[in-house]
Design a protein. Structure first.
Lengths: 301, 506
């Protein structure tokens, strides 16, 4: 079964028709992808060392430059893994590629550490992509398939250009990138198909591209949700409100562990929390100079 | 003036035939076809058919890539350095060295194709290439080296191709093949001067290019911030290892050609002796770099680096690291006159069949390693096994294998080639198995049958290309050997120039 070609296109078409009813103008996902492709092609042709600017709608959206980041309050995390599940279903992540534990794909990976001794404890730490401001993965990519969306400071991948050399997976000091070792597998969609229903009946999230085998993927901070919120704001002639954008993991978190927002905006909740908890904040492997934008509030203070 | 051996050498390709030749040809072809089948299987089902996983994203494909690109240094670098330094004994060696370079480069580059998730998008590297990525440096450096070494193989071939053309009696397709390749070579003085100038210039230019190739290969690892990869020694370290393994493979190829084509009067013991001396030097450099690398990082005791070092020595892939040291030391003991030391100590030595000794050395090592791995270093069985193995090695194996320079060259080269492959493996895999984020599931990696059969196929392609080359062109540079024979008088006058005058001081 081929999910990622015809069916998805049909789904996109349907979606666009609905969208057109709602909004006459604006940037659709297809336009976004086209923009990405054109920008990547044009930039690469120049063979410069410049970072890849895609910013498909930078002209249309003349707001301030965003710097999206995430704060995870580990004191509140109960380790329920709902973020993992929400992320998987939101982003059309393959369910199980091969039965090999080490090949599973979790854009949001919960890692547990056990603490022995008199009062044993288990600590959970969710790990999305850090969306570093100085990302080693972007430097490593030989074809510019992974790039930084400069207007939002989010590290993305153009799945249509990725050659699967795994330079970026190897260069990421956080091991936050995943590789499609096999053809993605979606049992729930298969079940729908068996019942004679089409995949668009709810099998896939139509606004996220399904990856093929042999390409790299990782957390995008739910870029489709960011773009949708920005479009909505633009339609209403206003700035994006703080807290309006919620990636799937943030929206679903039962403990309110996660805060997502613009780090450039000093008034946003995330900026305030980062400022208030200055002494409790940590980022992973800060000494490497990658400037990760996922902040953690430490548990044991 | 044609010396009497010239025609024999020109007819070498005709000797590359017979039952043994076609037998090996068939064997290697079958292995290659099986490897291609495995690759197609991988293309259909994705890289999931390999043993790779997260975080061990790179495995023996990349090991093979580094290994084969390393072998390619054998050649061109050795022959270029010997040409530039005017070492007369180089003459029968250069052709094979240059041929190995070209073959190994082709195979090394194709290993990347096997490792890619989307080989159908290979051309993206050219259309979307980004110079910031170390992988693109590789593409540029390796493709220029491939071009340069094809030219460098071809230039000294021209007079020999012309000689082959001249000896042909029929005017068929084969004649026009050689005729076209000979580029109208008539052996005139002007042509000779030009050719020698071209060879000289390309010999000098190819040395920095060859050094750059393996430096850039090492940069693919060293440019990352991963523990034990991010090291400034990697450039020279990889170049040293490349030359070391390159000469080893060259020696093996020379020994096979000598035996199969009866080249005893051309490839003499002295050639192997000099190359073995070079190998002792390369061992020293290799050991110096390895020692420096592990002492510096181990002494520094940085946690993420220590995790990798400890994983290398004690954990799941320790067979690679410790095995590398074992075979490298065996190669060193074979290359250096260890047997004289044993005799000076008046210890009883014994000589057995050399193949048996080789098997004994490796098999004994495997037994010793498995005992130490299962029982621990300080256990009684491990101590007994080490003593027994040590005695066997020094009293039986090494005196046997150090029979003459041919056997020294053969067995030390096999050990060096194995050791260098293992070195590449232990550089690549343990670092990936112990990533910086401690809570990550620590990985282990076992190559699958697909990876192994593609590796075997890669080695077979090497052998197959060598067989085909031996059938088409002479494996020894005829005109250069001739020139060497004629050059004795010239060398005499040259030496007269710098030898002290007879009247001495005053």
């Amino acid at each position: 079964m081929e999910y990622n070609t015809d069916k998805l296109k049909n789904m996109e078409k349907k979606n666009e028709i609905i969208k057109e009813d709602e909004q006459s103008a604006g940037i659709s996902r297809m336009d976004f992808l086209k923009g990405v492709a054109i920008a990547a092609l044009g930039g690469a042709a120049l063979l410069t060392t410049k970072k890849y600017t895609t910013s498909p709608d930078v002209k249309a959206f003349e707001g301030k430059k965003k710097r999206y980041g995430m704060l995870i309050d580990l004191r509140k995390c109960v380790g329920c893994e709902s973020c993992t599940i929400a992320c998987k279903s939101e982003n059309n992540v393959t369910v199980d590629s091969s039965g090999m534990n080490a090949r599973r794909i979790f854009w949001n990976h919960l890692v547990y550490t056990e603490e022995g001794g008199e009062h044993p404890a288990i600590h959970a730490r969710p790990q999305p992509c850090n969306h570093c401001e100085n990302p080693p993965c972007i430097k490593a990519c030989p074809v510019g398939a992974t790039y930084e969306d400069e207007s939002r400071c989010v590290v993305l991948i153009n799945y249509d250009n990725c050659i699967g050399c795994r330079m970026c997976t190897v260069y990421c000091p956080y091991s936050r990138r995943y590789f499609n070792w096999e053809k993605p597998h979606f049992p729930h969609v298969e079940r729908l198909d068996e019942k004679g229903m089409t995949a668009s009946a709810g099998g896939f999230n139509p606004s996220v591209q399904v990856r093929t085998k042999g390409v790299t993927e990782k957390c995008t901070f739910c870029i489709h949700r960011i773009i949708a919120a920005e479009e909505r704001a633009k339609k209403e002639w206003r700035e994006v409100r703080d807290g309006e954008i919620q990636p799937a993991c943030t929206a679903t978190c039962i403990g309110g562990t996660r805060t997502f927002g613009d780090l450039n905006d000093p008034g946003s909740k995330i900026s305030r929390l980062v400022k208030e908890n200055k002494d409790k904040i940590m980022r992973l492997e800060e000494h490497l100079g990658t400037e990760p934008k996922v902040f953690f509030i430490k548990e044991n203070i | 003036m044609k010396t009497n051996f010239s025609n024999q050498l020109i007819d070498l390709p005709k000797k590359a035939t017979g039952r043994a030749y076609w037998g090996w040809f068939t064997v290697f072809t079958i292995l290659v076809l099986f490897g291609i089948g495995a690759w197609i299987y991988q293309l259909v089902y994705g890289l999931g058919v390999t043993g790779l996983n997260r975080p061990i994203f790179w495995g023996i494909y990349i090991t093979n890539f580094v290994f084969f690109i390393g072998i390619s240094h054998a050649g061109t670098l050795i022959s270029a350095i010997l040409r530039v330094s005017n070492a007369e004994w180089r003459r029968p060696v250069t052709r094979m060295a240059e041929a190995i370079t070209v073959f190994a480069l082709f195979i090394g580059a194709s290993m990347i194709l096997c490792d890619m998730g989307r080989p159908d998008r290979l051309l993206n590297v050219f259309s979307l290439g980004r110079i910031q990525s170390p992988l693109l440096w590789d593409v540029i450096s390796i493709s220029s080296y491939l071009f340069a070494s094809i030219v460098y193989l071809y230039l000294p071939l021209i007079p020999d191709i012309a000689a082959m053309r001249d000896r042909m009696t029929t005017r068929g397709l084969l004649y026009s093949f050689y005729n076209n390749l000979a580029l109208n070579w008539r052996g005139t003085v002007a042509q000779k001067t030009r050719l020698e100038r071209a060879i000289g210039a390309s010999a000098i230019m190819i040395i920095p290019l060859a050094v750059s190739v393996h430096t850039v290969v090492s940069y693919v690892f060293a440019m990352s911030v991963q523990p034990l990869w991010h090291s400034t020694i990697f450039g020279p370290y990889f170049v040293i290892g490349a030359i070391y393994s390159g000469i080893a493979v060259l020696l093996i190829a020379m020994l096979i050609a000598r035996k199969a084509l009866h080249l005893e009067s051309f490839l003499k013991e002295v050639h192997f002796k000099y190359l073995c001396y070079l190998q002792i030097l390369m061992f020293g450099l290799w050991f110096y770099a390895t020692f420096g690398e592990y002492l510096v990082t181990g002494y520094g005791n940085e946690p993420s680096e220590m995790r990798v070092i400890l994983a290398k020595i004690f954990e799941v892939h320790s067979w690679g690291f410790i095995g590398m040291f074992a075979v490298m030391l065996m190669a060193f003991f074979i290359l250096t006159p260890t047997d004289r030391l044993v005799r000076a100590l008046r210890l009883p030595t014994m000589k057995i069949n050399s193949v048996a000794a080789f098997v004994l050395a490796l098999g004994g090592w495997a037994v010793l390693f498995s005992i130490i791995y299962s029982k621990g270093m300080n256990s009684a069985p491990a101590l007994v096994a080490s003593v027994v193995y040590g005695l066997l090695l020094f009293l039986v194996v090494i005196p046997t294998l150090r029979k003459n320079w041919f056997s020294i060259a053969l067995y030390s080269s096999i050990f060096v080639a194995m050791g260098m492959w293992l070195e590449r493996f232990t550089i690549i895999v343990p670092t990936l198995a112990r990533p910086r984020i401690e809570e990550m599931i620590w990985g282990s990696y076992t190559p699958s049958w697909v990876e192994l059969s593609i590796t075997v196929a890669a080695l077979s392609v090497m052998a197959l290309l060598f067989l085909i080359f031996a059938k088409v062109f002479p494996l020894i540079s005829v005109w250069e050997v001739e020139e060497g024979a004629e050059a004795i008088e010239q060398v005499k006058t040259n030496m007269q120039e710098y030898l002290p005058d007879e009247n001495g001081i005053g």
